[in-house]
Design a protein around this ligand. Sequence first.
Ligand code: UDP
Length: 460
Amino acid sequence: MKTKRKVRVVLVPYPFQGHITPMLQLGTILHSKGFSITIAHTNFNSPLPSIHPQFTFLPLPDKLDGFDTSFYNILNAVSVMNTNCEAPFEEYLVGMMEEEELLACVIYDSIMTFVDVVALRLGIPTMVLRTTTAAYMHSHILMFRLLAHKLLPLPDESQLHATIPKAYPLRFKDLPLDATKEIPKAVLDFIHSYTDIRSSSGVIWNTVDKLDSWPLQQLQRNSPAVPFFPIGPLHKMAPTSTTSLIEEDTNCMSWLDRKAPNSVVYVSLGSLATIDEKELIEMARGLAKSEQPFLWVVRPSLLSGTDDAMGSLPEDFKEVIGDRGLVVKWAPQKKVLAHPAVGGFFTHCGWNSSLESICEGVPLICRPCFADQTVNARYITHVWKIGIELEINNNNSNKNNCLEKRIERAVRTLMVSEQGKEMKKRAIEMKVEVERSMEIGGSSCQSLDHLVEFIISLSR
Ligand code: UDP
């Protein structure tokens, strides 16, 4: 960096695992480029300062203690956060403006709307970090267009599987919200607020141009004056210490060491998704019957309504699977996906998980739950062709097509069929493409150089 004074950047993550992780990774990258980094974070789901001694941490009293922060109450939780964090955040920024260091900008997750309010008032530039693909952000534009033309909600469920006109590969069922239901105004307002880049000077994307180029171009065309910086995959651009909010069970690594190359299917539905007991049991049976080795993350909160999901596994499950399967509460996922024994990933298709899998050349079984997961799954299966979709809401009562059977078949297809081998081959090709994007002259590497120059220009 060619400035005489140190330049500080303030980062404000949205306090959930899939959002905190890329923000901390971005902090590590910018720190390696010479910037001082401050993380202003809610007390709720606070990152661990001791793990990142290179950053300054500023806690924001969010008053969320005892508040319902579950997925079903998330709009209210976000509103409480945005109200309560505004004043303390302003106080911090005012203090920083009086310091010797130059304050270049605040980079924030656009759900944290209070940041824009405060920064505008103080005349500090902001940038948005997008933790999803451009394809997902673009699907909102499609949804708003369909709403404007009164093509949503759909009259019934029969059209859910139809492809949206001029929007291949997306179907109505892949849209961010249920296409058969009226969308409440509060939800629409929330979507408008996080899709809006407001007064931001630029947008940073945890994506790779090669994977996401058409949607990136479409979105850039809508905001031509705002530069885009697709600099993903962030976790590979600057490997960081763990960003897990839950303690990782590292014993699974020695278990993986004992398995043959490409033989294990890793199963995890991320940090937030929940399933019901019936699905948990069908997953257990399907994995057992597939006869393939598996490492399964059964997070305590995976089962809706309890915090002991493991307690609901079939009683004879451990006996049935023996050493062929291992169940843990939380895994060191990036290390697991990079392990030579792992040959497939049964995932909910959160963007971090999808990108982590792509970076290791691991093909996927897609069981999307909500938010960007349906769009990611569609790109994985129909654009990049590195995975297969597991149909969950298929009410076919035929016993050969029950969920347990579909899971068993999907695992076998991915792990031991010709189709699976083809997907593995494409996944490796994609890994190589992504690696090229990070090399000197590659798209993400160049974008990062531009981003560094751009942030410095904001500090003048
Ligand atoms: N993760 C992990 N251990 C696990 C499960 C998940 O470290 O056992 C991490 C994973 O590597 C990813 C993040 O949690 O970085 C999940 O983010 P993602 O965007 O995939 O999904 P979300 O949790 O936001 O739904």
